[in-house]
Design a protein around this ligand. Structure first.
Ligand code: SF4
Ligand code: SF4
Length: 471
């Protein structure tokens, strides 16, 4: 394995990232959302007062937020752990720097020392300039990856602070086009990519024909069965761009001979509510729960997608329970079947690839899925190489496009944020980067090419699909 470049050699460059600004939400999308976002945006002179009221509400209803705003000791242990800081050098892109944008306002209005001593203790009046030029810019330069929290001695979760910042902004009418557009598509059409029911079904038919033609294997990919034991919910991108992942999953189900279906109503495992408002997490997830109940599913399986898994694991039971079914991730499901000898694999089918694994942030840190992808990959390939220890498992680096940032207008920031991951991949000499997440599969090919790495990016089940021995 080659030495990894020193990614921590970075200098403070104030305001280096201030021009990366996401486009504002459109009325046509806002109207679909469950969270109330005023349109047109509130006039600048009214924003500070409304924002302070919302901050007061959030700190009172979310004790963790108030705690995180109170307990930071500015030790600096988190500073060089954020990929956006490592890529840009902008001090407002350090986790502590980003939190300070909210903390200084919290201090001014909700602490005694801040009220009395003001700027002497780091407190600041809230102005529209702070809202527009600090909050709107830098809370949308955090991918809510939570890497910083692993290194913070107090476990301060920056994702919670970012989420609160975004909720306050949405309350002022300041939301992003990309996130609202994606959520609107789920409510309007059924999934993030806006694939209509008919196209969803015909893609499945096409995949069946493709497998028959290429491998002379008959598989089924059932959609909209009235009853089924298993409801499989993929990220919709697996029906569009990551079809080898979908084929791999379908082969597993066919090899096992289980009673499964997908649904055109619950056709999206991903949940962009996580990037803007808790109420939309609940409603997006409810589609899966309602469909699973309707078909009497005993098991819901969530596909390869980090934040989809986080939304299901952390919120499904809490928001839409009690659940009359069990649920798991496809990585757990397949790993279990391999362990029990229910699936046969021929590793030599993947001898053309040297594989390394990117742990999606929301799987490794929030979803506790660390050993399963490794177990599956090692069962499917002969040459698997880990990236350096401080870049994997719970210390994994974000791909640079998570948290609702996977949009064209901030491409330069996305590439800068992807630098630590790219350098870690380079050090392995791998030519296949397994990334079991739809966002990673969209972002990492661009990052690989930006950093001149000839590395194919694909799913874990793409490898399973090639290695599996079908009867
Ligand atoms: S590591 Fe934690 S306590 Fe230290 S500066 Fe960062 S957020 Fe504050
Ligand atoms: S959550 Fe991730 S992107 Fe956000 S400040 Fe922490 S390390 Fe940076």
């Amino acid at each position: 394995m080659a030495e990894m470049k020193n990614i921590y050699d970075v200098k403070f460059q104030p305001a280096a990232a201030e021009n990366y600004i996401m486009h504002r939400a459109k009325e046509k999308d806002i109207k679909w959302l469950k969270v109330k976002i005023p349109y047109p945006e509130l006039p600048p002179e009214h924003r500070p007062e409304v924002a302070i009221r919302k901050l007061d509400e959030l700190r009172k209803t979310r004790k963790s937020l108030q705690l995180y705003l109170d307990i930071c000791v500015r030790c600096g242990a988190c500073i060089k752990q954020c990929h956006y800081y490592l890529g840009t050098g902008d001090p407002k892109n350090t986790p502590v720097g980003r939190a300070e944008l909210l903390r200084k306002v919290y201090k001014r209005y909700f602490t005694i020392s801040g009220r009395i001593f003001g700027s002497l203790v780091g407190a600041s009046d809230l102005t529209n300039d702070i809202i527009e030029n600090e909050w709107y810019k830098y809370f949308y330069q955090c991918s809510e990856c939570r890497r910083c929290s692993v290194f913070c001695p107090y476990g301060i979760d920056q994702a919670e602070i970012t989420m609160a910042g975004r909720e306050i902004l949405a309350n002022l009418g300041l939301a992003t086009k990309y996130i609202t557009e994606v959520i609107a598509k789920v409510y309007d059409i059924g999934n993030n990519l806006g694939i209509p029911d008919k196209a969803f079904k015909s893609t499945c038919e096409f995949l069946i024909e493709d497998v028959k033609e290429m491998e002379d294997i008959d598989i089924e990919i059932p959609v909209d069965k009235e009853k089924a034991d298993i409801l499989y919910v993929p990220p919709s991108a697996d029906l569009f761009t990551n079809t080898d992942t979908m084929i791999g999953v379908a082969k597993v189900m066919n090899a096992l001979g289980v009673d499964w279906t997908m649904s055109t109503y619950a056709s999206e495992a991903a949940n962009f509510g996580l990037f803007q408002s808790y109420i939309d997490i609940e409603w997006i997830n409810k589609r899966i729960v309602d469909k699973a109940k309707e078909i009497d599913a005993k098991l819901v399986i969530i596909g390869e997608c980090g934040h989809a898994w986080r939304a299901a694991r952390q919120f499904m039971e809490k928001m839409n329970g009690p659940l009359p079914f069990k649920y798991c991730n496809i990585l757990e499901y397949t790993a279990d079947k391999i362990r029990k000898g229910k699936i046969k694999l021929d590793k030599s089918q993947n001898d053309d690839v040297i594989v390394t694994l990117h742990d999606p942030c929301n799987m490794a840190r929030a979803g506790n899925l660390i050993s399963e992808p490794r177990y599956i990959i090692k069962s499917c390939v002969n040459d698997f190489r880990e990236m350096p220890d401080n870049t994997i498992k719970e210390k994994t680096f974000c791909c640079g496009g998570g948290g609702g940032l996977l949009t064209e207008e901030i491409m330069e920031l996305r590439m800068k944020g992807g630098m630590p991951r790219a350098e870690a991949v380079r050090s392995t000499g791998a030519n296949y980067l397994a990334a079991p997440c739809a966002i990673d599969k969209a972002q990492l090919p661009l990052v690989m090419s930006h950093y001149k790495l000839e590395v194919q990016v694909g799913g874990v089940h793409d490898l399973v699909g090639k290695a599996i021995v079908m009867k």
